[in-house]
Design a binder for this molecule. Structure first.
Ligand code: ADP
Ligand code: MG
Length: 923
């Protein structure tokens, strides 16, 4: 009769393993199969069909309602007589599991039970229906309760406690339960122990030890488990000893005779069967498992946590449920009578509270309810059998019994597996293992220490042996060398003595011969001879020193020889430089020679020219004065910068030109000799640079000849110079028209397309740029591809060429702007968009508007200003990014006039103004 709080408390218990059934698959399968799914072939089949299966709850507990069966006792002898004329107060419909309680002859109330057992129901069937599921559950590790409730004499004790010694078919639930338990457990690993007590007038008395008649109920504050540690817990090993124990308990049972039944008891009998089973445990995963040395499996085994299931079967034979006044119990005071029924009425209250899901369950009101807190609303699987009699005289009691059963059916328990790790035994086991390992470790350590000692002794011995050997051989060597040394000394001494003797003998002999000195003098002379030796040695030393010096000298020589090749290498370099110089001199010489050849060629030309002139003058009978002029002219042409320069030179050319005659010079443009042609065209070009000569050159057909050269000459130089001459002529407005009339623009365009030399391109661009400045020729020039030719030349990135292109564009733009202003003034009409824009000049203009070369930049800045004058160009200019450039020019241009022009242009153009406003640019 635990509250939900208690259930939670239970689940928090540190050592309890309240394993959810859904987590452990192995146990789950077996439990669920047995608990909720009737096995098709097992013993459960017959009974489980009558009980609905439990449902699963999230906290791991399994919901299991208290199962209630009702059993009707057959009429007893007295009733057969007394009630002979009356029908039973109840009518059973076992197939529908219904019971009808008659109100009167025509009316009855119907009640549904989990099982309805008629008066004919056998004890076996009653056991299987009521108790067997509970017993099986206990064997699986759940707590279980089987309880009989009913009026005295209706067969509670008959149902539960019959020993069936005379007739085995009469065995009650207690005996049969124990039979099933013994059949299932294995005596090696499991154990069964029993307590048997009775509760009478709120006192617990041990039926196995009647002297022990005030046993306390103890509740584990952590788990909420209830136990009666004061009662005897008898371990039993077989059925027989259990029956003996029951009989003993029965004998002790306090029984009070009542009017109704002399055997009936006013006490509650409580049998507690403790089942402890060892389950094959799982590896204890929290412990680190060694994996080396192949001992893993061994250790793995030893760390299997012993798992035990400690479940409890409680069989309660309640006191009679009838009211005490009616039963007329004798020999009891009213207080006593109240006390007798206190536990029972408390039980009724608790069941009512549980049935109504009341928040408070008065479990603590009586000892019975305290003992049964796990049976009702707790974790036990509980089966209640309510026993009724058939007599209509006890209809009231029967009705109240039925109502009790009905209420009990509403009580929901949460069955939980009572499984826990047996840490004590694991600990013991591990300690044993540890001791073994420690002992082994100690043995091994000792073994290793001994080994190390042995090895180090051995090594020490070897070392000292080696040292000894070494010392011996050293001594031997020493002695050997000492001996050899002594020997050598001895020999030297002998030698020295011999030498001394020889020397002194020789001298003495000589001196003795010469002077005939005495013996003492001979000895003195010996001393002198030693000093002679020293002198000798000194000499030798001197010689050695000299030799050494000679060797040093030789080494120095060799060293200097080594340096020699390096010097040679330097000399080579000098030679190489000399050669380079010579080569340069040669090149200069060659150039000089070439120049001389050129002079000679020119002289040849001059001579041929003179011959020609002579012939003509002879033809005409003229004088030869002119030759001098031509000579000078040609010389001036050939060497334009050698003698004079600037105006002086030009003046002399002009002078000579007067003398020679233009016609002659022009005729040379068609000379067979290419050199002559080149020189001639150069002369013409120089002449054309002078404005004064231009008209005459054109009049004499010079322009036509120059254009002819442009058209026909293969020579790049000729074309370059011719284009330069045309450019010079194109400075004049009249000439410009003539050039255009003679197809000059197409010729210039063709030259522009073919030429690669920047100087040629510069001349061509210059010529076209000049033409661009003519207001009248705008359309024609553009029509004949002048602008395109101009733009085509920007491929040559030479700044001089680009400057000419920019000038041409600026000229053209200026003319256009002038023309549009005139149109506006004259006709009031607007002319069309700029031809420059039409011919795609704008991108290049914008791109080069800020060119770093100032001539290019200035021309383009002007061109932009001119283009911007004309409103019709504004849109394209904005689109092409020219507006930005104009703004920049108006702000940054270093020339004030251009700056002002740009600003004025921007201010006067409504289109630009709108755009600038849109871009929020102040101008
Ligand atoms: P209770 O324990 O409820 O007071 P008992 O078990 O002592 O009742 O039964 C009273 C009498 O009725 C007993 O003599 C018992 O043998 C008999 N009795 C009870 N139930 C049955 C039954 N189902 N079939 C036959 N006799 C029964
Ligand atoms: Mg009884």
């Amino acid at each position: 009769m635990a509250s939900s709080a208690l259930r939670n408390g239970t689940s928090k218990a540190p050592l309890k393993v309240e394993r959810p059934l859904s987590v452990n698959s192995a146990i789950k399968t077996s439990n669920r199969q047995k608990a909720s799914q009737p096995s098709p072939s097992g013993t459960r089949r017959t009974i489980s069909g009558s009980l609905a299966g439990p449902g699963n709850k999230d906290d791991g507990a399994v919901s299991a309602r208290v199962r209630v069966a009702v059993r009707l006792r057959p009429r007893n002898a007295e009733e057969l007589v007394a009630d002979a004329d009356f029908a039973d107060c109840v009518e059973l419909q076992p197939e529908l599991k219904r019971l009808k309680l008659r109100k009167n002859n025509w009316d009855s109330d119907t009640y549904q039970f989990d099982e309805v057992l008629t008066e004919c129901a056998s004890q076996k069937r009653v056991y299987e229906v009521v108790a067997k599921p509970v017993v099986e559950s206990v064997l699986e590790g759940y707590n279980g309760t089987v309880m009989a409730y009913g009026q005295t004499g209706t067969g509670k004790t008959f149902t539960l406690g019959r020993l069936g010694e005379e007739d085995t078919a009469a065995r009650g639930i207690m005996v049969r339960s124990m039979e099933d338990i013994f059949a299932d457990i294995s005596p090696d690993t499991d154990s069964v122990s029993v307590s048997y007590m009775q509760l009478y007038m709120e006192t617990i008395q041990d039926l196995l030890d009647p002297g022990n008649d005030n046993i306390a109920i103890v509740e584990d504050p952590k788990t909420g488990d209830v136990s009666v540690p004061g009662a005897i817990v008898a371990e039993i090993r077989d059925q027989q000893s259990f029956v003996e124990l029951l009989r003993l308990g029965e004998a002790h049972r306090f029984a009070a005779n009542t009017k109704l039944n002399t055997e009936s008891s006013r006490s509650h009998a409580i049998l507690m069967v403790h089942v402890r089973r060892t389950v094959k445990g799982r590896p204890y995963r929290d412990l680190p498992l060694p994996t080396e040395n192949g001992n893993a499996s061994l250790l793995h085994k030893s760390f299997q946590a012993p798992l035990v299931r400690k479940s409890k079967l409680v069989v309660v034979d309640l006191a009679g449920s009838e009211r005490i006044d009616k039963s007329g119990s004798e020999g009891h005071t009213l207080e006593e009578a109240k006390s007798i029924n206190l536990s029972l009425s408390a039980l009724g209250k608790c069941i009512n509270a549980l049935a109504e899901n009341s928040p408070h369950v008065p479990t603590r009101d009586s000892k019975l309810t305290r003992l049964l807190r796990d049976s009702f609303g707790g974790t036990a699987r509980t089966s209640l059998i309510v026993t009724i009699g058939p007599s209509p005289r006890h209809r009231g009691e029967t009705a109240s019994t039925i109502m009790f059963g009905q209420r009990a059916m509403k009580v929901e328990n949460m069955v939980k597996l009572k499984e826990e790790f047996d840490y004590k035994s694991l600990c013991r086991k591990l300690e044993r293992e540890l001791d073994k390992v420690l002992a082994e470790n100690e043995r091994q350590k000792k073994f290793f220490e001994d080994e190390i000692e042995k090895i180090s002794i051995e090594a020490q011995e070897r070392i000292s042996m080696a040292e000894r050997k070494y010392a011996d051989s050293l001594e031997c060597e020493r002695l050997k060398y000492q001996k050899e040394y002594m020997e050598a000394i001895r020999k030297l001494e002998e030698q020295w003595k011999i030498n001394q003797q020889k020397l002194s003998n020789g001298r003495l002999e000589k001196e003795a011969k010469d002077k005939g000195i005495d013996e003492t003098r001979v000895q003195e002379a010996a001393g002198l001879s030693a000093s002679d030796d020293v002198v000798e040695l000194k000499k030798l030393l001197q010689k050695e020193i000299q030799l050494r010096q000679a060797a040093d000298q030789e080494i120095n020589d060799l060293k200097s020889q080594l340096v020699q090749p390096k010097k040679l290498e330097t000399a080579d370099n000098v030679e190489f430089l000399k050669l380079g110089k010579m080569l340069e001199d040669e090149a200069r010489q060659k150039q000089k020679l070439e120049e001389e050849i050129q002079v000679l060629k020119n002289q040849l030309l001059q001579m041929s020219f003179e011959a020609d002139e002579t012939r003509r003058s002879l033809d005409r009978g003229g004088s030869g004065k002119i030759f001098t002029g031509i000579d000078a002219l040609m010389a001036a042409v050939k060497h334009p910068y050698t003698k004079d320069s600037g105006n002086g030179q030009k003046a002399s050319i002009a002078k000579l030109f007067e003398q020679v005659g233009l016609q002659k010079i022009l005729s040379l443009l068609e000379s067979e000799d290419p050199d002559v042609r080149i020189h001639a065209v150069k002369v013409v070009a120089n002449l054309a640079a002078e404005e004064a000569n231009q008209e005459r050159i054109v009049d004499a057909g010079g322009l036509t000849s120059l254009l002819m050269l442009l058209r026909s000459s293969e020579d790049e130089t000729i074309r370059r110079v011719a284009a330069g001459a045309v450019a010079n002529l194109a400075m004049n407005e009249t000439n410009q028209e003539l050039i255009m009339d003679q197809g000059g623009i197409s010729l210039l365009s063709a030259t522009a397309a073919e030429a690669e030399d920047p100087q040629t391109l510069r001349m061509v661009a210059g010529a076209i740029a000049n033409l661009c400045g003519n207001d009248k020729l705008q359309t024609k020039l553009r029509g004949e591809g002048g602008i395109k030719a101009l733009l085509g030349m920007v491929r040559c990135a030479h700044p001089d060429v680009l400057a000419q292109v920019a000038r041409g564009i600026a000229n053209f733009a200026k003319c256009e702007s002038r023309a549009s202003t005139q149109d506006m003034c004259a006709t009031g009409t607007k002319s069309g968009r700029s031809l420059l824009i039409d011919d795609g000049a704008l991108p290049w203009i914008v791109q080069n508007a800020n060119n770093e070369a100032s001539p290019i930049r200035r021309h383009i800045e002007l061109a932009l200003c001119h283009l911007a004058q004309h409103e019709v160009n504004a849109k394209d200019m904005i689109a092409g990014g020219a507006l930005w450039e104009l703004v920049r020019i108006s702000r940054e241009c270093s020339r004030e006039d251009i700056r002002t022009l740009a600003r004025r242009t921007l201010t006067s153009s409504p289109t630009f103004q709108t755009e600038l406003r849109r871009l929020r640019i102040e101008c």
